[in-house]
Design a protein around this ligand. Structure first.
Ligand SMILES: [Zn+2]
Length: 280
């Protein structure tokens, strides 16, 4: 069922710190599940293991938050090495619902501008979402062999970017939604997602996911949107890790409460392996 992780998975709300501080989702979330077959690789990275200095220490992957570009590029290279990827596709995200579809090979890393979802059916390209409290949602259709990565903050939830991505996978790859697997990575949990202005910021349809303290369960909102798009409950997994509660992640809201007020962005990456590739 959505709202929890399956199999041998997350043991605590703060997540498991392993592999020298890197959280590899294949081990964290989906042991024994077919999402993690040998043809798809993915990971939700913690903030450790990078080259950046505070307040970006240390695995900040964003070029748009004031960190030194050479440090960010070094961090991105470490992620590629860790996952065995030839190239990374990312975007300067804007809390919109545009989807960037990569149809050919990428000789080098590419950062596009103004997209909050990335998709491809080309092997070897890591689709990378940059996040700090917003939900990184990774999608995989093992039948048509296509992947997507989505940056879904509360604004993305309001405009239902996830529904749009599923529809585009149907159009672009002839995906059937019932075949699509979805992983929701570390992000702001219902413990911390307080929205005092919810009557103006959030549609009434979301209010059912509010507790008495104006905290919203956006993981549940995401589950409902994906199920409404035709995904099966058995194919949804939610990490249950809150980026504000766990110090292992960059958190926008935690940083907002500090003197500096800035922080880095965590990486969530998904990639197709082998098979259909225009590189080979
Ligand atoms: Zn929390």
């Amino acid at each position: 069922m959505p709202g929890s992780s399956g199999g041998q998975s997350v043991k605590s709300k703060t997540g498991r710190e392993s592999l020298d501080g890197w959280v590899m989702a294949g081990e964290l979330l989906f042991l024994g599940e077919d999402f993690s077959d040998s043809l798809c690789r993915y990971a939700f990275f913690q903030r450790y293991g990078g080259a950046s200095q505070p307040p970006y220490a240390s695995l900040n992957v964003s070029l748009s938050v004031g960190d030194h570009a050479e440090k960010v590029l070094e961090n991105r290279n470490r992620i590629k090495e860790r996952l065995g990827l030839a190239s990374l596709l990312s975007s300067r995200q804007v809390h919109g619902d545009r989807v960037y579809c990569q149809r050919g090979a990428l000789a080098e890393d590419l950062e596009v501008d103004g997209y909050d979802a990335l998709m491809t059916n080309v092997s070897g390209i890591g689709l990378m979402i940059q996040h700090a409290d917003c939900q990184p949602v990774l999608l995989y259709d093992p039948v048509v062999r296509a992947v997507a990565a989505v940056h879904c903050g509360w604004r993305g939830s309001v405009i239902n970017i996830l529904g749009r991505v599923v529809r585009q996978m149907q159009r672009e790859y002839d995906s059937f939604p019932e075949n699509i697997r979805a992983l929701v990575g570390p992000s702001l949990g219902p413990c911390c997602a307080e929205f005092r202005q919810y009557t103006t910021e959030l549609p009434e349809a979301f209010w059912a996911e509010k507790d008495e303290n104006s905290h919203f369960n956006f993981w549940q909102i995401t589950s409902k949107q994906l199920l409404s798009s035709g995904l099966l409950p058995a194919h949804l997994r939610i990490s249950g890790i809150c980026t504000l509660c766990s110090k292992a992640y960059f958190s926008y809201r935690r940083a907002a409460g500090t003197a500096q007020g800035i922080t880095g962005r965590n990486a969530a990456v998904i990639c197709l392996l082998g098979g259909r590739s225009v590189n080979t």
